[in-house]
Design a protein around this ligand. Structure first.
Ligand code: NAD
Ligand code: DAU
Length: 329
């Protein structure tokens, strides 16, 4: 199995999960170690995986690695919306050209391909509604990040239909858990509290996300690899929707701080209001059931992980906050 982006948040958790639950796979991680990748995230499984430091846009390297594998699980991406608003170029390169480069190699070598995508490709939903995204919802991305992810999904669909590539796609909601970069909402606020700074809430904090534990996401990916129908798309999401203000208050409570110990900062331009995935298909067809049903407990465990693993996040914290200050957030 070739895991692209295996030194990032979800990819590294996927590698951990696979070594524990599916030891039949021999894993190669292909990762460029951008600012978001960290080989240290693979430290507990380092002896069990082969690590290749390289770029998914490097066609010769990708050709060699794909030739020697049975299945490609493609996590590698530029993944942060705020960065994409500031500088979209790496998003176009990695998310579009990188996915194209992988697809060409799997096409030539006839390999199985699973593409990891996001619910952000569908745009957003009104805050006060019970509307949901479905597998058939038309794409309507808002940010350079989601536009490039939407484009990469379209490439996968075209390569599946026109060239018969054995591909599947999953579009998951927001993930949380260990090894998530401190630029993202939940780790940013936890580590802000840990360094004595205030959590930072964009705008009024009314925006809603559907929080899914990273292990539940990765369990779904394994089900798709084992039983998913080729050419199909599966939406993934816990069903647990929460506003950003509510999460901030819960986090402050769990960390022993006052309910108002946070500050409002400038809102994200084009900020998507709400995401919510209808997961009837993956539950019905593949029997996926999220195990982290209790968000409060999942968040408490994530807080504990960041408390105990300062060595992992501390080196990136200062630079991340410096970048946010430049963006006024
Ligand atoms: P991340 O930013 O934490 O990790 C991305 C990884 O990809 C890093 O290790 C980075 O070094 C690597 N990478 C970037 N460019 C590369 C390149 N050109 N060549 C090789 N490696 C490269 O991202 P994440 O949050 O783990 O997201 C992983 C995937 O899941 C992405 O495709 C993202 O769109 C998708 N996704 C994320 C979420 C979420 O909540 N984080 C939810 C749904 C889907
Ligand atoms: O829905 C899936 C997507 O979830 C993935 O495709 C993306 O890769 C992933 O980054 C995530 O995107 P979001 O933009 O939803 O996640 P982020 O952690 O950046 O922000 C979550 C919410 O919190 C969002 O409404 C913006 C808000 N926010 C974020 C930060 C960093 C704040 O209020 N304050 C902050 O400091």
């Amino acid at each position: 199995m070739l895991v692209t982006g295996g030194a990032g948040f979800i990819g590294a958790n996927f590698v951990h999960y696979t070594t524990q639950r599916h030891p039949e796979f021999e894993i190669t991680v292909l990762d460029a170690l951008t600012y978001a990748g960290d080989e240290a995230s693979l430290a507990p499984v380092r002896d069990l995986v082969r690590f290749v430091h390289g770029d998914i846009c490097d066609a010769d390297l990708v050709e060699r690695e794909v030739a020697g594998t049975d299945v490609v699980v493609h996590f590698a991406a530029e993944s942060h919306v705020d960065n994409s608003l500031h500088d979209p170029a790496p998003f176009v390169r990695t998310n579009l050209m990188g996915t194209f480069t992988l697809l060409e190699a799997v096409r030539r070598h006839g390999k199985r391909f699973h593409h990891i995508s996001t619910d952000e490709v569908f745009g957003d939903l009104p805050i006060d509604s019970d509307e949901q995204f479905h597998e058939e919802t038309p794409y309507d991305p808002s940010s350079p990040y989601s536009a490039t992810k939407a484009g990469s999904d379209m490439l996968v669909r075209a390569w599946a239909r026109s060239y018969g590539v054995a591909a599947t796609i999953s579009n998951c909601a927001n993930n949380y858990g260990p090894y998530q970069h401190v630029e993202k909402f939940i780790p940013r606020q936890i580590t802000n509290v840990l360094v004595g700074a205030m959590p930072k809430l964009y705008g009024e904090g009314r925006n809603v996300r559907e929080w899914t534990h990273v292990d539940d996401h990765n369990a779904a990916v394994h089900l798709i690899l084992a039983k998913g129908r080729i050419g199909e798309t599966y939406l993934i999401g816990s069903g647990d929707e929460r506003g950003n203000l509510e999460i901030t208050r819960l986090l402050l409570e769990l960390m022993g701080r006052g309910a108002d110990d946070f500050e409002h900062v400038a809102d994200r331009p084009g900020h998507d209001l709400r995401y919510s995935n209808d997961t009837t298909k993956i539950r019905g067809e593949l029997g996926w059931v999220p195990q982290y049903a209790d968000f409060r407990a999942g968040l408490a465990a994530t807080i504990a992980w960041y408390r105990e693993n300062e060595w992992w996040w501390k080196p990136r914290k200062e630079a991340t906050e410096r970048r946010y200050r430049e963006l006024g957030r």
